[in-house]
Design a protein around this ligand. Structure first.
Ligand code: AMP
Length: 286
């Protein structure tokens, strides 16, 4: 396994793989691995990748000034061992200085998608994601890139960017890996105290209630959202950021219940902010 800390080292390693005819996959991450991350690596292999690059980069551009950039959990030793056991070929773990040129001025705007729902609560977040992911695509030039559906709006932003900017990569989205009680795995779960951890599955329960209402025929957005809030309200100490029924492409209020839908939520428990979502696939119109 090659541990590359510079763009050049990564390019050299990928070029050698490509010269051997290998199919290159990129799995971008911020590290502090859990089974969700590892499932994306396995998904890359299932999709036919024969050379896997995992990037670990806590990207300052996607954190707001009052967010958790400096305390975001890091665990390089353990991460390296886990990637070794998954037979990953390259870890790209640049410093902030190696990733962003001093004096860089060019940005990427994710447009309207970066302004709604999660984007509305985290101004600049998705533009920061877009710029780092586009840079990673340019550095690695992967055949395949894998992202988790746990971050559904991030998947939509990247899908839009790849199509809008003609990026030659095949995107693969992996399913959300959960704890037995429904809590989606997240590096940020490590912030939760044992008491807070007990409360955390309520986010998934609320989303499930929304999903069930829709699949049982409720076709009123407000009614579905009210139901999710009702479930959340049963847990004291929970601060709901949003619980929403949205169109999974635009993340705005859905206009048509015959199309695919998404229930998405963000809550705060103490100092920890958790997000999750469930897709509701409709057969009538894709
Ligand atoms: P992160 O390190 O949190 O930026 O996540 C790196 C990648 O792993 C992103 O594409 C996430 O969507 C994905 N991911 C995070 N949590 C999960 C999970 N529980 N199941 C599947 N994928 C996940």
């Amino acid at each position: 396994m090659i541990v590359a800390r510079t763009i050049e080292e990564t390019r050299v390693a990928v070029a050698a793989a490509r010269a051997q005819g290998l199919r290159v996959a990129l799995v971008p991450t911020m590290g502090f691995f859990h089974e969700g991350h590892l499932s994306l690596i396995r998904e890359a292999r299932k999709t036919g990748a024969t050379f896997i690059v995992v990037s670990i980069f806590v990207n300052p551009k996607q954190f707001g000034p009052s967010e958790d950039f400096s305390r975001y959990p890091r665990g390089e030793e353990r991460d390296r061992a886990l990637l070794e056991s998954e037979s990953v070929d390259v870890i790209f773990m640049p410093s902030v200085e190696a990733m962003y040129l001093a004096g860089a001025t060019t940005t990427v705007s994710a447009g309207r998608l970066s302004k709604v729902l999660e984007g509305e609560r985290r101004p600049g977040h998705f533009d920061g994601v877009a710029v780092v992911v586009l840079k990673l695509f340019d550095i690695v030039q992967p055949d395949i890139a894998v992202f988790g559906r746990k971050d559904a709006q991030q998947c939509a932003v990247i899908d839009r960017m790849v199509r809008d900017l003609d990026v030659p990569v095949r995107l693969v989205f992996g399913e959300t890996i959960r704890e037995h009680d429904g809590l989606a795995l997240s590096s940020r779960n490590s912030y939760l105290s044992p008491e807070e951890r007990k409360l955390a599955p309520v986010l998934h329960r609320a989303l499930r209630a929304g999903e069930e209402a829709v699949t049982h025929g409720v076709e009123n957005v407000d009614e579905v959202e009210k139901l999710m809030h009702k479930v959340a309200a049963e847990t004291p100490g929970l601060d709901v950021d949003y619980l929403a029924l949205v169109d999974p492409l635009t993340f705005e209020r859905p206009a048509d219940f015959r199309r695919n839908l998404l229930v998405a939520g963000a809550v705060r428990i103490g100092r920890t902010r958790l997000i999750d979502n469930i897709r509701i696939e409709r057969k009538a119109i894709p």
